[in-house]
Design a protein around this ligand. Structure first.
Ligand code: FES
Length: 243
């Protein structure tokens, strides 16, 4: 009888998060362990089912013995780690990051189709952002409505690159990419052609569903009408690994 190869051994480690003793698999990240144990950590670029980019830094945590803050989404757990997820320093840091996102583009919630269903808006509420302490850039970005089903409003984009990753890693189309540098970066379709002229877009709408804000939305939606469904992603991602 053919012998089945031994399963790869994954060790279990013990650690504390906010004083709570926990165990986890050594291949898990801090954010995964926190989500499993219902410990809230804000996040924007991270999404269960997509690769990790560690871009937004909203998920930073403190680690005993390290002066630096670590991103919970890109740091694996280790034996004996002592993690703090919600100190005053972290709250200050996260609040400033959210304010900078608001100041960078034009997030006018009252006229946004995602009003009430927006992750940035929710983050502002949970981080206590009731005003922005830095000057707004007030730069006008394009809106591309050339696709018959969807629209991209770059004024609302937070450059989390979820759309780029879901299109590449789950749909396999790689229609989306990022062009430019710094605050003038923008997500683009097919080497910056209008979305409606894209030869690679399958119109699956996955990019729209994973977008945390009102940047990628369905055509025809009005203020507050755009509700996104992201349940499909972890299911599809896991099935891909099982194959
Ligand atoms: Fe960790 Fe964005 S969620 S850096």
């Amino acid at each position: 009888m053919p012998r089945t190869p031994p399963a790869t051994q994954v060790r279990v480690v013990t650690l504390t998060i906010d004083g709570q003793a926990l165990s986890a698999r050594e291949d898990e990240t801090i954010i995964e362990v926190c989500r499993e144990n219902k410990i809230p950590i804000p996040s924007l670029c991270w999404m269960d089912g997509l690769s990790i980019v560690g871009a937004c830094r909203l998920c930073v945590v403190e680690m005993a013995g390290s002066p630096r803050l670590s991103a919970a989404c890109s740091t694996r757990v280790a034996e004996g780690m002592q993690i703090t997820t919600n100190s005053e320093r972290l709250q200050r840091y996260r609040r400033t990051l959210v304010e900078m996102l608001f100041a960078e583009r034009n997030h006018v919630c009252s006229v946004c189709v995602s009003n009430g269903h927006c992750e940035l808006q929710w983050l502002a509420q949970t981080c206590g952002v009731d005003h922005v302490r830095m000057p707004y850039r007030n730069h006008a970005y394009d809106v591309d409505s050339s696709h018959e089903m969807f629209r991209v409003d770059h004024n609302r984009c937070v450059l989390c690159t979820r759309c780029v990753r879901v299109c590449d890693e789950i749909e396999g189309a790689h229609t989306w990419d990022v062009m430019g540098r710094g605050s003038d970066c923008k997500v683009i379709t097919d080497l910056a052609r209008p979305w409606g002229d894209s030869d690679t877009c399958t119109s699956c709408g996955k990019c729209v569903q994973v977008c945390p804000t009102g940047a990628l939305v369905k055509q025809g939606t009005s203020v507050g009408e755009m509700v996104k469904d992201q349940q499909f992603l972890p299911i599809l991602a896991r099935r891909r690994h099982i194959r």
